[in-house]
Design a protein around this ligand. Structure first.
Ligand code: GUN
Length: 283
């Protein structure tokens, strides 16, 4: 029988532990604050930002929203980031991606003070993670690790296949799995024999961005299947990268979409915000 990995329940537990920490910090006179920047009116980004604000409310973190119009210039955005970097009351700064095409995302990410970079996107923080000296967690991959840990899935020596090599998910996912002594293969659009490589996996993490990309014939009996994808199917329904209905017949553990990795990402963002508060207060 397959076990569904319940991201809603596990994220609620993570958020509750964050809430207690935030409460403790408040007793010491320290208020946690996350600044969230959104540029333009991408509907998916609006949903993500609203969910992040809700999680802040739940955990007692004060949130500040900066909703800027589509035509905001790169310089205007950088000026706002400079102001938030200098504001001692702001602990974390997050700029929702994607940004409008006329703004360079890397320039914006690198402008955020690494001590406030709760998305963990900056070169400094990514580098620190790879040498095992990170303060922050890459939110989505760390959410996956939290789920695997909650369900006592041991990774030591396991074959883990990450499908997708984005800077936000695939690459940092490989790093965290490696840290747990897994043998990690990262597959991508140019990978040869993808199905064969996936069939060798004890754990598959799918982060491709294509509905039903991981089919049952690519999955070994008893494999753990983690679906990071968020897509819309032909009926406009939210779905992941995994052909859930068929793959669940073979997997030992699987994440649903929605209700799997999505809520975990936001819970880890809350955790990073608390880490930022502690870092800035030398705790
Ligand atoms: N867009 C898609 N995922 C993310 C994320 O984790 N953080 C930010 N800032 N933007 C995103």
């Amino acid at each position: 029988m397959v076990t569904l990995m319940d991201g809603k329940a596990v994220s609620a537990a993570v958020k509750e532990s964050v809430r207690l920490e935030v409460e403790q910090l408040k007793k010491q006179g320290v208020e946690a604050c996350l600044a969230v920047i959104i540029v333009g009116s991408d509907p998916a980004s609006r949903v993500y930002v609203n969910n992040k604000k809700k999680a802040c409310e739940l955990t007692g973190i004060r949130s500040e929203e900066y909703a800027l119009p589509e035509e905001t210039t790169e310089q205007e955005l950088l000026t706002l980031i400079d102001r938030l970097n200098a504001d001692k009351k702001v602990n974390g700064i997050l700029c929702q991606l994607p940004l409008p095409k006329h703004i360079d995302e890397n320039t914006v990410i690198e402008r955020i003070d690494p001590k406030k970079d709760v998305d963990m996107f900056s070169c400094v923080n990514v580098g620190k993670m790879w040498v095992g000296d990170g303060v922050f967690l890459p939110c989505t991959p760390a959410g996956v690790m939290e789920l695997l840990s909650y369900y006592h899935i041991d990774l030591c020596g396991k074959n883990c296949v990450v499908v997708g090599r984005s800077n936000i998910v695939g690459k940092p996912m490989a790093c965290l799995l490696l840290e747990k002594n897994a043998t990690v293969t990262v597959c991508h659009s140019r990978t040869k024999n993808l199905a064969e490589i996936c069939r060798s996996a004890d754990v598959i993490v799918a982060a491709v961005g294509k509905a039903k990309f991981i089919t049952a014939d690519m999955v070994k009996d008893g494999a753990v299947v983690v679906d990071v994808g968020i897509n819309r199917n032909e009926n406009g329904k939210l779905c992941g990268d995994v052909d859930f209905e068929n793959v669940k017949e073979k997997a030992s553990y699987i994440t649903p979409v929605p209700g799997g990795c999505g809520p975990m990402t936001i819970a880890m963002l809350m955790k990073n915000t608390v880490s930022a508060v502690k870092l800035q207060n030398n705790q």
